[in-house]
Design a protein around this ligand. Structure first.
Ligand code: GAR
Length: 197
């Protein structure tokens, strides 16, 4: 089975959905570790599933590069076949991206290239668009600029708040993420191939 390491910063609800999918008999990937840049609430989901966790606290390091070096050592030890950033709210420096790309994915709560960055849901709401979406991409050196592996539209409703809209997007993100991981694991989706669309 494809071994997957997941990195989070927050509540890890998408991580939990991936853990549930991966625990189904016959799912072609398994989650081998969950890491975080702080003591994230979502680490509890990994513990529920008996998956090892690790924390490399961003704040304990003098620079992004020093933090990423330590994170990189942990990932090298784990040696996963795929890394999934599932709500990791830190940019990874080019050296770490280069080490893993294209076997490093990110989920994003907008229809990229629309509304990249840390506030994809808020920015879509502020722009007054009638639809936004969810995307799963390969991480590259830009901010949410990597090749798009899957994406789907999600409507914005007139009374939406950031929370209500994000709550409508997340189930779509989960479904796309689980499907992309499955297709990579079966070889149906080849990350090494030049075009992903
Ligand atoms: C998800 O919507 C994810 O796409 C987003 O954070 C949320 C994490 O939710 N990531 C980004 O915005 C990255 N720029 P979760 O912790 O409940 O899975």
């Amino acid at each position: 089975a494809l071994s997957v390491a997941v990195l989070i910063s927050g509540t890890g609800s998408n991580l939990r959905a991936l853990l549930e999918a991966a625990s189904e008999p016959g799912f072609p990937a398994r989650i081998v570790a969950v890491g975080a840049d702080r003591d994230a609430d979502g680490l509890a989901h990994a513990r529920d599933f008996g998956v090892p966790t690790f924390v490399v606290p961003f704040r304990d390091h003098p620079s992004r590069e020093a933090w990423a070096e330590e994170l990189g050592r942990r990932l090298d030890d784990i040696a996963p076949g795929l890394i999934v950033l599932s709500g990791l709210m830190r940019l990874l420096p080019p050296a770490l991206v280069a080490r893993w790309s294209p076997r490093i994915l990110n989920t994003h709560p907008a229809y990229l290239p629309e509304f990249p960055g840390a506030h994809g849901v808020r920015d879509a709401l502020a722009a007054g668009v009638s639809q936004t979406g969810a995307s799963v991409i390969v991480v590259d050196d830009g901010v949410d600029t990597g090749p798009i592996l899957a994406q789907e539209r999600v409507p914005v409703l007139p009374d939406d708040t950031e929370d209500s809209l994000h709550a409508r997007i997340k189930p779509v993100e989960r479904r796309l993420l689980i499907d992309v991981v499955r297709r990579i694991a079966t070889g149906e989706l080849d990350l090494a191939a030049p075009a992903h669309t």
